[in-house]
Write a protein that binds this ligand. Structure first.
Ligand SMILES: *Cc1c(COP(=O)(O)O)cnc(C)c1O
Length: 235
């Protein structure tokens, strides 16, 4: 019997393909990340068996346990708020950190990556909406942050990430995705040394079709693959 997880993944992939087609994009330019915070190992294995090759985690401790158990046959990406004192673990565990939103964190990741003899791939997380509860660098400070981070030799800026406010209607998220893409284009025009802008990490269960239409290269989908998460207690 086909598992629910693999059936869900097939459905999400179809939706991505349709959105890519509608907007004249190549399906192969959009990668699906399975977001696995609170998801148990068995269902993560099902997702990997179904061909998902990026797993997104939000908490360093939880990710560490899972990565040690499941290994690095897939990419593991950090998408949650990262405390600077966890940077040391993050550089060893993750193939990409999507949530770099301040200079002191970038400096710490760079320092830890240097010590480990690595270059860590990062995205700059931008808070387009300006909501105070959201992480991410405010839009107006994103360009200065990118300029400041660019010279750090053990970091590689690969693109941008955002998380719009939550809406019932995914169309309401569209302007936020458009704005992130416009910021990407502006950064490219500035031709900053050592800055690549290949990745736009945007779109979640509620709005990833719209994000794909607006240029997402990585969509981060949790609930539409694994179902609703349990309400999180104190951790
Ligand atoms: C949890 C989470 C997601 C996935 O959200 P779903 O609504 O479950 O698809 C995506 N991005 C980030 C940063 C998250 O924390």
């Amino acid at each position: 019997m086909e598992s629910t997880v693999s059936a869900n993944i097939a459905r999400v992939r179809d939706t991505i393909a349709e959105a890519a087609l509608r907007s004249g994009r190549k399906v192969s330019d959009v990668r699906l990340m399975a977001v696995t915070k609170t998801v148990d190992d068995e269902r993560i294995m099902e997702a990997i068996e179904a061909g998902v090759d990026i797993i997104g985690e939000s908490y360093v401790q939880e990710a560490k346990r899972k990565i040690e158990k499941m290994g690095k046959s897939v990419e593991w990406h950090m998408i949650g708020y990262l405390q600077s004192n966890k940077a040391k673990y993050a550089v060893r565990l993750f193939d990409m950190i999507h949530s770099v939103d301040r200079f002191d964190l970038a400096v710490e990741i760079d320092r830890r990556a240097r010590a480990a003899g690595m270059v860590t791939s990062i995205l700059i997380e931008v808070n387009i909406s300006g909501e105070k509860t959201k992480s991410g660098i405010p839009y107006s400070e994103a360009m200065p942050l990118i300029r400041a981070v660019a010279p750090l030799e053990h970091l590689s800026i690969r693109g941008l990430m955002t998380m719009p406010p939550w809406f019932d209607d995914p169309e309401e998220a569209r302007p936020y995705f458009v704005k992130l893409r416009a910021l990407r284009d502006w950064v490219l025009e500035e031709r900053i040394d050592h800055v690549e802008m290949r990745e736009l990490s945007m779109g979640m269960s509620g709005d990833y079709q719209v994000a794909v239409e607006e240029g997402a290269t990585i969509v981060r989908v949790g609930r539409h693959i694994f179902g609703e998460r349990p309400l999180r207690g104190v951790r």
